[in-house]
Design a protein around this ligand. Structure first.
Ligand SMILES: [Ca+2]
Ligand SMILES: [Ca+2]
Length: 298
């Protein structure tokens, strides 16, 4: 009898231990990456993260907001969505514990991007861009046809999607970068992925000494806008114009010392005032451009 009681005690103790052991990994594995908290990590979770990145959704609106930062760098970026897609594709394990982010040296990273962009600019590549309004162009004063101004502004901003090879990349072509340590606000590395954010640029020029000018030729200037507006309404003059480039981010995948992919994204906040005859128009808008470069042929 005594042996039986002892055995029962041992079995119940073992059961308790098993239950506790089972409960621990289950709780943590279910949270990271499963942002809609449906118990699975799927492409839906990646899409939700991208919506947060695109500001179409707030992180706090996610059922499991804490599960969105997969690389534990304290920010929600496209890198987190990509990690999910890699998990979904079976080429990456669910991170059991967030890895400590590496904060590489800014000067070193600037040098890496300058060297690598010069290499890939010489070869061939594929590019794909999306440009859309985050905040539509709004006319704050005046009554000149919004459609006319909108159409003109769309054109100079490059609103819409596009893709191709380096031969027709035009202003979206990769340029040998001229990044300086002082351009870089933040840099983070997650395995082969390096993400850096740059400081804002106000009224930059192509090839000028501005953070955005150091990474792309796709710069909108007052002259560009003036020419476009004059082409639409010949009597119009552009009285004032301000282009502010914010949220400038470069992300690259580096493997074996080579660049595998490169993505450049930024917001352009434009304020402009134009007049034609007796009409004065003031407006503002905010567009986001994302360009992804792949298939590098060195
Ligand atoms: Ca999910
Ligand atoms: Ca993150």
């Amino acid at each position: 009898m005594k042996a039986g009681v002892k055995m029962k005690k041992i079995i119940s103790l073992m059961l308790a231990v098993i239950l506790i052991v089972m409960a621990i990994p289950f709780a943590s594995a279910a949270t990271l990456g499963d942002v809609n908290a449906d118990g699975d990590i799927t492409a839906v979770d990646a899409r939700l993260i991208l919506q947060v990145v695109a500001e179409l959704r707030k992180q706090s609106d996610l059922k499991n907001p804490a599960g969105a930062d997969l690389n534990d760098d304290n920010q929600i970026t496209a890198v987190d969505a990509r990690i999910i897609l890699q998990i979904v594709a079976g080429i990456r394990d669910i991170p059991a514990e967030p890895e400590a982010p590496i904060n590489p040296d800014k000067a070193e990273i600037a040098n890496l991007f300058n060297t690598k962009s010069a290499e890939i600019a010489k070869g061939s590549y594929k590019w794909e861009k999306a440009c859309y309004y985050v905040e539509d162009l709004t006319i704050t004063k005046g009554s000149l046809s919004v459609d006319t101004i909108q159409g003109t502004v769309d054109k100079f901003l490059g609103i819409g999607n596009g893709s191709g090879t380096e031969k027709n990349a035009g202003k979206y072509a990769i340029i040998p970068m001229n990044l300086k340590e002082s351009d870089i606000k933040n840099v983070a590395q997650d395995g082969n992925y390096i993400t850096l954010t740059l400081n804002d640029s106000i009224n930059p020029t192509v090839g000028g000494d501005y953070p955005i000018s150091h990474i792309t030729n796709n710069i909108v200037t007052k002259t560009d806008v003036e020419n476009e507006i004059k082409a639409a309404i010949s009597s119009a003059t552009l009285n004032n114009f301000q282009a502010k480039y914010t949220k400038v981010e470069i992300m690259a995948e580096v493997n074996g010392g080579k660049l595998v992919s490169l993505s450049i994204r930024y917001d352009l906040e434009a304020n402009l005032g134009a007049s034609a005859a007796f009409i004065t128009v003031e407006g503002k808008g905010k567009a986001r451009t994302e360009v992804l470069y792949t298939d590098f042929n060195y």
